[in-house]
Design a binder for this molecule. Structure first.
Ligand code: FAD
Length: 458
């Protein structure tokens, strides 16, 4: 294949105004945001606390001092990856739209993982390829944490950052794009009586390998992708694994097919001093560990907006289209907040829109109109009985959202094969959680995807 650079750097679009923009984070969201801002002619500085790009995809065996993640003084470990993690999306679907995540040959430095649902290291290598291809690394200040972002006179932003081992520095930017990820600050299930329960508690943020659970009775709370993976991982060594889920359907409760030590149970009702845990259906288990696979909180400890942006029950708001607080648009934006989505292409579209708005090549509605849109959206959520914490859950509507963004910017709509493949994989994942990564029947869609990718590898 020809080198990507032949076509991956299109001629710069006419850029009426170039801005000085701070991007916080060099994960997938920050990398693609930096690329899009650069393509639009803005000057970009990316701040990254760690010493490399990749964010979540930089696996570390390190865990935090407080296994449940409640102690605000704990040293934060950013990534929540566990050692055995393979992607839960096929690589065709997962990659950026114009930089497909195709299997690569090993090179002198790295052995590559060609599987369709590769291990986590392959995603990191892909993000590094992306960063190298588009020269993003040169824009990143590594080992530099953003400690404070706040408004100053004239509508600009003060960004205080601190490079490891140095003093903090204040700088002024026209705009700030927040790309700090949202899988680091644990959310914990509230369990009546847990304070007197004698067992251990841990959040999946601090789960790496199953070994510490050998011969233990583990009660795992949650039913999202990582809960499914981790319960199977642990069942290989634990005495018993009991998965407590809010979203069980009748007929699935009880011992799980193919296992003699894995049960699906209703939600936990209470925990007790004698070590027992009582489930809502009345069953009782004496457990050693409660493992909370209960998700994460949005967390922006550096951000000071004078109360304009708040996080309330995991709703970051008010945000127009999950990106802009109307009163501060387009000068403050968030990339990558939506979940139950395909994150990379979604971040790509969000950042393209932001880049075009910052240069005034495209326009936003008025502040009032944006607020009306947000309030109408919140009302729809309320009417449909969705809790606030589901505000950024785009299950069932991510492609409408992606296409809306694409239209704002005049980009291509989501590919039909991507939509169909996502839906096929979601169904397979539910039906065969152990095997969906290695057995499939959407070969026709893979062919269509690869055919589409040819334009990026002429
Ligand atoms: P991150 O990758 O978290 O990057 C944020 C970056 O910001 C980090 O590098 C961090 O160091 C930096 N940062 C944070 N605060 C500061 C600060 N104050 N100053 C400077 N830098 C800062 N997605 C998929 O597409 N496929 C999958 O299979 C998949 N599996 C997943 C499995 C798990 C267990 C988890 C947790 C997530 C998974 N995801 C998956 C979602 C994943 O989060 C996204 O793919 C993507 O990594 C999100 O990128 P991001 O840039 O938004 O956040």
């Amino acid at each position: 294949a020809a080198p990507l650079s032949q076509f991956s750097l299109p001629p710069k679009l006419p850029s009426p105004t170039s801005r000085h923009v701070a991007v916080i984070g060099a994960g997938a969201a920050g990398l693609v945001t930096a690329r899009e801002l650069g393509r639009e002619g803005h000057s970009v500085v990316v701040f990254e606390r760690e010493d490399q790009v990749g964010g979540t995809w930089v696996y570390t065996p390190k865990v935090e001092s407080d296994p449940i993640g409640l102690d605000p003084r704990r040293t934060v470990v950013h990534s929540s990856l566990y050692q055995s993690l393979r992607t839960n999306l096929p690589r065709e679907v997962m990659g950026f739209r114009d930089f497909p995540f195709v299997a690569k040959r090993d090179d002198e430095k790295n052995v590559r993982d060609p599987r369709r649902f590769p291990g986590h290291r392959e995603v990191l290598l892909y993000l590094k390829d992306f960063s190298r291809e588009f020269g993003i690394g040169e824009l990143v200040r590594f080992e530099t944490e953003v400690e404070y972002v706040g408004l100053v006179d004239g509508g600009k932003w003060k960004v205080r950052s601190k490079k490891r081992g140095e003093l903090g520095v204040d700088e002024i930017y026209d705009a700030v794009v927040v790309c700090n990820g949202h899988y680091t600050e644990p959310r914990i299930a509230e369990i009546p009586g847990v304070d007197t329960w004698p067992g251990k508690q841990i959040h999946s943020h601090n789960f790496r390998i199953p070994e510490p659970f050998r011969d233990q009775v583990v009660i795992l709370i949650g039913s999202a992708a990582s809960a499914v993976d981790i319960s199977r991982d642990i069942a290989a060594v634990a005495k018993e694994v009991h998965v407590a889920s809010r979203t069980i359907t009748d007929g699935t409760i009880g011992k799980q097919p193919g296992y003699d030590n894995l049960w699906l149970r209703s939600m936990i009702k209470s925990a007790h001093e004698d070590g027992s845990v009582v489930f809502q259906d009345g069953s009782v288990v004496f457990g050693d560990v409660i493992l909370h696979c209960t998700g994460y909180k949005f967390h922006f400890p550096f951000l000071d907006t004078n109360g304009i942006v708040t996080v309330d029950d995991n709703r970051v708001g008010p945000l127009y289209k999950h990106i802009f607080p109307p009163a501060l648009a387009p000068w403050l934006s968030f990339v990558g907040l939506p979940w139950k989505v395909i994150p990379f292409p979604l971040c790509e579209l969000q950042s393209q829109w932001i880049a075009g708005l910052l240069s005034h090549r495209i326009d936003l509605p008025s502040e009032e109109e944006m607020m009306e849109d947000i309030n109408a959206f919140y009302s729809t959520l309320e009417v449909s009985g969705k809790p606030k914490r589901y505000t950024h859950n785009l299950a069932g509507c991510q492609f409408d959202y992606d296409d809306w963004l694409a239209i704002q910017r005049g980009s291509a709509l989501s590919e039909e094969w991507r939509k169909q493949m996502y839906s096929a994989v979601s169904k397979r994942k539910r039906a065969q959680p152990e095997t969906y990564r290695d057995e499939w029947d959407d070969e026709d869609l893979i062919i269509q995807a690869n055919h589409d990718f040819i334009k990026y590898f002429p």
